[in-house]
Design a protein around this ligand. Structure first.
Ligand SMILES: NC(=O)C1=CN([C@@H]2O[C@H](COP(=O)(O)OP(=O)(O)OC[C@H]3O[C@@H](n4cnc5c(N)ncnc54)[C@H](O)[C@@H]3O)[C@@H](O)[C@H]2O)C=CC1
Ligand SMILES: CC(=O)C(=O)O
Ligand SMILES: [Mg+2]
Length: 372
């Protein structure tokens, strides 16, 4: 198969779909890899590194899209990239379609085969291609939140861990999954007072086993959420209903009643955000203020640490890229139900039920759409 790796074009996005070591694996399986010039330069990989791994370098994204049977990316395709997709071409990347009607409509119109990293599943009930970036974003959320709390950023002027004789900040993490557990780990390490809310009791049990009495793991009722959010200095939004738009758990009334200078980091912003006042921001201008509360809502947080993130992402995606390349999309999807769960759009049909529901499109089961 001919596999194409364009340079990412989202704001301050330096990750790349494949590192040279992944290219070498594909070449060893007998495939051809086309890489856009300078695609990896943001993390120190030169064109020569890709050539040494067996890739061919192309001058433009247009060339890569035109000549490749499968495009491997990191972030959702931007409008100019969507315009280059064609019928039957495989697109393997994050999509986050539920809050993004224009992208969804363009992918439907393209008739491409669009497989989303974030809805691929595994045997343990996890999301193996989302997990590594959730680890990164969860850990980063505490750094970002600590900065947002600084006075010069309009925060309350609090140090997360306090100092001897002065209370630490209260960090409230909503959603105790991959993002939430990693945020809690960092917040505990910095000496904050940490509460994690989740509505899955097994998740709360797991957190209890991991952290003991270093955190409070609380069942997430509307009551508990309101109490802890109003007491918080820093709120981390890390909930997910796979594929679906995030539920708006923190309302604009909550925000208005939070402490002046408190901060929120809405990591779930890529699925629309779990805070009513959230709107996506970029690394170039990551925060804004609503009712004296500092909002950080960057939708590609791992892009800030692209070296760590690209390797972590590639470690997870490579086996699936190889399956798709070796077998072709139809056989690879039919052979692996977990990869099939990643199929969001094919041949103009929406095959992810939660995306169809969020955007009012007809849902066509993947097994049916594959044979259309
Ligand atoms: N902004 C960014 O750069 C990044 C964003 N993310 C996003 O972060 C979000 C979280 O991802 P993961 O931690 O991997 O998901 P996960 O599935 O591991 O955890 C989500 C948790 O939310 C809980 N939850 C769902 N509804 C809830 C509710 N109403 N109240 C309390 N808890 C609830 C679930 O029980 C689950 O434990 C996703 O939207 C993901 O796409 C992930 C990586 C990077
Ligand atoms: C998951 C995601 O949105 C990211 O890594 O940018
Ligand atoms: Mg206020």
């Amino acid at each position: 198969m001919i596999i194409g790796v364009p340079k990412e074009i989202k704001n301050h996005e330096y990750r790349v779909g494949m590192v040279p070591a992944s290219v070498r694996e594909l070449i060893n399986h007998g495939h051809k890899v086309l890489v856009e010039t300078q695609a990896g330069i943001g993390i120190g990989f030169t064109d020569q590194d890709y050539i040494d791994a067996g890739a061919e370098i192309l001058a433009t994204a247009q060339d890569v899209f035109a000549q490749s049977e499968m495009i491997v990316k990191v972030k959702e395709p931007q409008a100019v990239e969507r315009a280059m997709l064609r019928e039957g071409q495989i697109l393997f990347t994050y999509l986050h379609l539920a809050p993004d009607l224009p992208q969804t409509q363009d992918l439907i119109d393209s008739k491409a085969v669009c497989i989303a990293y974030e809805t691929v599943t595994d045997n343990q009930g996890g999301l193996p291609l989302l997990a590594p970036m959730s680890e990164v974003a969860g850990r980063m959320s505490i750094q970002a939140g600590a900065q947002a709390l600084e006075k010069s950023n309009a925060g309350r002027g609090m140090l997360l861990g306090g100092v001897p004789g002065v209370e630490p900040a209260k960090v409230v993490v909503i959603g105790g999954g991959m993002v939430g557990a990693n945020a809690a780990q960092m917040a505990v390490g910095m000496g904050a007072d940490v509460v994690v809310l989740d509505r899955n009791i097994n998740v709360l049990r797991k957190l209890d086993a991991q952290f003991g009495n270093k955190i409070k793991a609380i069942y997430s009722t509307a009551d508990a959420l309101e109490k802890h959010v109003l007491e918080a200095d820093l709120v981390i939004g890390g909930v997910l209903i796979p594929g679906a738009a995030a539920p708006k758990l923190v309302t604009k009334e909550h925000i208005a009643n939070m402490k002046p200078g408190a901060a929120i980091v809405d990591v779930a912003i890529d699925q629309g955000g779990c805070i009513e006042t959230s709107k996506p921001t970029t690394h170039a201008d990551p925060t804004y203020i609503v009712d004296d509360v500092v909002h950080y809502c960057v939708a590609n947080m791992p892009g800030a640490v692209p070296r760590t993130s690209t390797f972590a992402l590639n470690n997870a995606t490579l086996p699936y890229i190889i399956q798709l390349a070796n077998k072709g999309y139809k056989q690879a999807l039919l052979d692996n139900q977990h990869l099939l769960n990643g199929l969001n759009v094919i041949n103009g049909h929406i095959t992810c039920e939660s995306v169809a529901e969020a955007l009012n499109f007809e849902y066509v089961p993947a097994s049916k759409a594959l044979n259309d």
